[in-house]
Design a protein around this ligand. Structure first.
Ligand SMILES: Cc1cc2nc3c(=O)[nH]c(=O)nc-3n(C[C@H](O)[C@H](O)[C@H](O)COP(=O)(O)OP(=O)(O)OC[C@H]3O[C@@H](n4cnc5c(N)ncnc54)[C@H](O)[C@@H]3O)c2cc1C
Length: 574
């Protein structure tokens, strides 16, 4: 049986930063990732990472408090305010640390880390490395991991890439490790660990129209959910205003931060026609812009009733080539449009999962020794709507905190995990696997995935309504039934992606049910959750977190208070 003091599941930014924090405390750690770490979705983050550095040459006084206020206001007051204060207080420290580790941030004329305007702030607060910020930070952290792998205490850091975690092992309220499949051999193995950190990323692939990579599925949060760990605020799904028409590849908010325009089929900057976006225009919060884009399309002022234009032409070739080179490349390669000469066709698409595994400010869950950080977790710092640039920040701030919390637990409480519990779980997981491979059902899981994505897009999307969501819930439950009768055609062991995608779909279906139930129950509009039948925010009844539990009788929803204390909820005016 493999044993590491700590196991981190996820090789994205949150996972790698947590692993570094553990190593800094001399804990022997293993990172498990279903893809090589630098292929994690963090790699595709484009626009930047927020920190109140106030570096912009035109000068703007910034502070952690100001950053916290914008984040809380952006969250429509659903974020826990103590967690937000922690996020913004640690922000500068984590950015400077990345800089010292060699992250090649873009620079101001006098050599400071450059910042650009992004959602919410109204002035430049977002540090960036051209339009490949996630990639550069991920590679910087990966270098740190390699340093630990090759250091004299070599066994302190082990990376298992292309290993797929199928379950965590929880007994008597304590986590004892995980069960994972080596994708190369198809064999399941136990990983005994004194502490486990989940950093499995977002659940974007529950939706059809998403910017998220194929590996960003609901399974990462479904695994702990199955073991009784609740999910929080899952109904809050962020739709990004500008994704490429047809395939939903992200066109970063940085395009608008750099001065890009959104135009309708009359060539108008239509955001000026809406009260909530008139002032901030293209850099208003994402939920507001996405809704106004949909209104424009529904009113017949889009192109082919489906998309609008993102116009960068007036920025000029030099700015596009230095600040947005990746965007130019993507637009040319995927829709054959060179943004220097032509506007880019864009439409809103699912982008970010605000909810996730319910944790406190120390990344602890209700299970001892089990932690979560990054997009799979809900601390909660984003509440009902995340500001652009705050998610990368969350991964490095709370990745660090998760690693430190787990290290404290291991060093102070000397937990000892139960091999019997691991063996028992391994036995159960082997049966689950056998059932997947042996069942020769009638259903095709790829088809179910397609139908699920469409239902979620059409009925639990940007505009939500009771009747449509009731239909969605019924359809999701029917798909769950049909899923029981799927057939895995590939019976082989090595790199069996027929099997893996089927298992991922199981997670997507569970998460879709939780999202839909939470959205149906929440009879108000807040942040990204917009109900046509309840268009107002209702603090009296709904200033509370949704907490979903998996029980033998099905999903149960409970509610808990939002931590306030710094800023009183106010009307969200822009
Ligand atoms: C296109 C795009 C652009 C973005 N741009 C920005 C931006 O500019 N600024 C910003 O702040 N945010 C941005 N975001 C959001 C941000 O990038 C993500 O929220 C963040 O990178 C998530 O990091 P993470 O470490 O939590 O997860 P990820 O980077 O998604 O990593 C998840 C890891 O978990 C592993 N994993 C998952 N399940 C399993 C399993 N069962 N077994 C083993 N391993 C598993 C995966 O292999 C992977 O290594 C963007 C997101 C997208 C999709």
């Amino acid at each position: 049986m493999r044993y590491h003091q700590a196991v981190v599941v996820g090789g994205g930014l949150a996972g790698l930063r947590a692993a570094v924090a553990l190593n800094q405390r001399n804990i022997k750690v293993a990172v498990i990732s279903k893809v090589h770490p630098i292929r994690s979705h963090s790699n595709s983050a484009q626009g930047g990472i927020n920190a109140p550095l106030g570096n912009h040459p035109r000068g703007c006084v910034d502070s952690p408090e100001r950053h916290a206020f914008d984040t809380i206001k952006g969250s429509d007051y659903l974020a826990d305010q103590d967690a937000v204060m922690r996020l913004t207080k640690d922000a500068a420290k984590r950015i400077i640390e990345l800089e010292h580790w060699g992250c090649p941030f873009s620079r101001t004329i006098d050599g400071k880390i450059a910042q650009r305007p992004f959602g919410g702030a109204g002035f430049p607060r977002t540090c960036y490395a051209a339009d490949r910020t996630g990639k550069y930070i991920l590679h910087t952290l990966w270098e740190q991991i390699i340093k630990y792998i090759h250091s004299s205490e070599r066994e302190n850091m082990t990376v298992y890439d292309e290993w797929f975690v199928t379950s965590i092992v929880v007994k008597d309220g304590v986590c004892h490790g995980v069960i994972a499949m080596d994708l190369d051999t198809g064999e399941l193995e136990e990983f005994k660990a004194d502490a486990v950190i989940f950093a499995t990323g977002g659940s974007g692939r529950v939706y059809k129209n998403t910017t998220n990579s194929l590996i960003s599925t609901g399974l990462g949060v479904a695994i702990p959910f199955r073991e009784g760990i609740p999910l929080k605020d899952m109904e809050f799904i962020q739709f990004h205003p500008t994704t490429l028409y047809g395939n939903n590849i992200l066109m970063t908010e940085g395009c608008r931060g750099e001065g890009g325009y959104l135009l309708n089929n009359k060539g108008e900057r239509f955001l000026a026609n809406y009260d909530d976006s008139r002032k901030a225009m293209e850099v208003a919060p994402r939920d507001i812009i996405a809704r106004n884009m949909m209104r424009e399309i529904l009113a017949g002022r889009g192109f082919e009733d489906a998309y609008l234009h993102l116009d960068l032409r007036h920025l000029g070739a030099e700015k596009i080539n230095t600040r947005l080179p990746g965007i130019r490349e993507l637009a040319i390669n995927f829709v054959n449009v060179d943004p220097i000469d032509e506007p880019i066709p864009v439409q809103p698409g699912m982008h970010y999962t605000m909810g996730g595994i319910d944790t406190n400010i120390n990344c602890e869950t209700i299970v001892k020794g089990f932690y979560a950080a990054g997009e799979c977790a809900c601390v909660s710092v984003h509440g009902a709507n995340r500001l652009g640039g705050n998610s990368l920040l969350e991964t490095v701030v709370f990745g660090t905190i998760a690693g430190e919390s787990a290290a404290d637990y291991i060093l102070e409480e000397s937990p000892s995990s139960s091999e019997a519990a691991l063996k028992e779980k391994l036995g159960q997981q082997k049966i689950v696997l056998m059932n997947y491979l042996d069942h020769n059902g009638e259903e095709n899981h790829a088809k179910i995935k397609e139908e699920l994505g469409t239902v979620m897009k059409d009925k639990v999307g940007i505009f939500r309504k009771k009747e449509k969501m009731e239909e969605a819930l019924e359809e999701v439950r029917k798909l769950k039934e049909r899923y029981k009768d799927i057939k895995i055609i590939d019976k082989g062991k090595r790199m069996n992606f027929d099997l893996i995608w089927a298992m991922e779909l199981g997670g997507n279906l569970e998460v879709a049910e939780v999202i839909t139930m939470g959205a149906l129950k929440r009879e108000e509009s807040r942040g990204s959750h917009y109900r046509l039948d309840f268009p107002e925010r209702d603090d009296k009844n709904w200033l509370k977190h949704t907490v979903a539990f998996s029980t033998p009788e099905g999903v149960k929803l409970e509610y808990k208070d939002v931590t306030l204390g710094f800023y009183e909820p106010r009307e969200r005016k822009y």
